[in-house]
Design a protein around this ligand. Structure first.
Ligand SMILES: NC(=O)c1ccc[n+]([C@@H]2O[C@H](COP(=O)([O-])OP(=O)(O)OC[C@H]3O[C@@H](n4cnc5c(N)ncnc54)[C@H](OP(=O)(O)O)[C@@H]3O)[C@@H](O)[C@H]2O)c1
Length: 251
């Protein structure tokens, strides 16, 4: 089955293309690096020719409020229009657990706009909501850094390995469209401030994590359970400490 992966050169996209190929599918990585640009429409009709499924795991290069909204609205509109022309039968997109609860943030308003365009389109779809990637935890620290301090709320979250995200998206992509949301998450709950503190300590990073219930997390102030998935989430296997050990031994 021909499956086009928009954002197929990214963190999740490259793992997803490899997994689909291993399963014997014809997975095609599409992104500006391969001459396919969903913002301009360049290369879309050509790459979608003969595709049954399109998986969108692209991300905006610029997370400023206006830029990210422009990215997800324009690219999703262009993509859905080109898929309609090409007769694509399943549109799969990767989004974030809790997106509809996080709209104080411009990034999540843009992801919600992406989801709404997909829901309103006539193309059968599946939206995968994943929790934060383990690979992203350092980015959470960097975003919350002020001088030598990292201010974070003690909100619970249930992060997961990027490899498991790619496996979860692959499973949905080769299945029937659910015309709704599938949640995937990691096997353990942590508090944001505590996991970031552990990660920075383990890396010998001198920054100090300050627990602050009012601190902003990408423009929102999450309650204790805002970032958690629901009871029906599919849980991945890789535990944080195993990922962390594998990661450390890879360097
Ligand atoms: N970070 C998290 O913890 C988290 C959690 C849940 C869900 N997500 C979602 O996961 C998705 C993928 O994230 P990621 O970290 O894997 O992304 P990433 O590594 O930053 O990769 C982004 C991809 O988007 C492509 N891209 C950028 N502009 C494009 C354009 N105009 N047309 C087509 N492709 C374009 C890039 O292509 P080039 O390489 O050619 O530039 C790249 O392949 C995002 O939608 C994000 O919302 C993230």
């Amino acid at each position: 089955m021909k499956i086009v992966v928009i954002g197929g050169t990214g963190l999740i996209g490259s793992k997803l293309v490899a997994k689909l190929d291993e399963q014997g599918h014809d997975a095609v990585a599409a992104s500006p690096a391969s001459g396919v640009n969903t913002l301009t429409g360049e290369g879309l009709p050509e790459v979608l020719e003969g595709a049954k499924v399109v998986v969108d795991v692209s991300n905006s290069p610029d997370w400023a409020d206006d830029a990210v909204m422009h990215f997800f609205e324009t690219s999703t509109r262009n993509l859905l229009a080109a898929e309609t022309e090409a007769g694509v039968q399943h549109h799969v997109a990767l989004s974030v657990v809790g997106t509809d609860r996080l709209t104080e943030s411009g990034y999540f308003r843009a992801k919600l706009a992406q989801e709404q365009l997909i829901e309103r389109s006539p193309i059968p779809y599946s939206i995968v909501h994943a929790t934060q990637f383990y690979e992203f935890v350092k980015g959470i620290a960097d975003e919350a850094t002020d001088g030598n301090e990292v201010h974070l709320p003690p909100a619970l979250f249930q992060p997961m390995a990027a490899d498991d995200v790619a496996a979860g998206v692959a499973r949905v992509a080769v299945g029937e469209p659910v015309n709704g949301i599938v949640e995937i998450a990691g096997p353990q709950q942590f508090r944001l401030d505590q996991l970031v503190r552990n990660l920075l300590n383990a890396a010998g990073d001198p920054r100090e994590v300050v627990t602050d219930p009012q601190a902003s997390y990408f423009g929102i102030t999450p309650d204790e359970r805002t970032l958690l998935p629901g009871d029906d989430a599919r849980l991945a296997d890789t535990r944080f400490e195993d990922w962390s050990n594998q990661h450390a031994s890879a360097h």
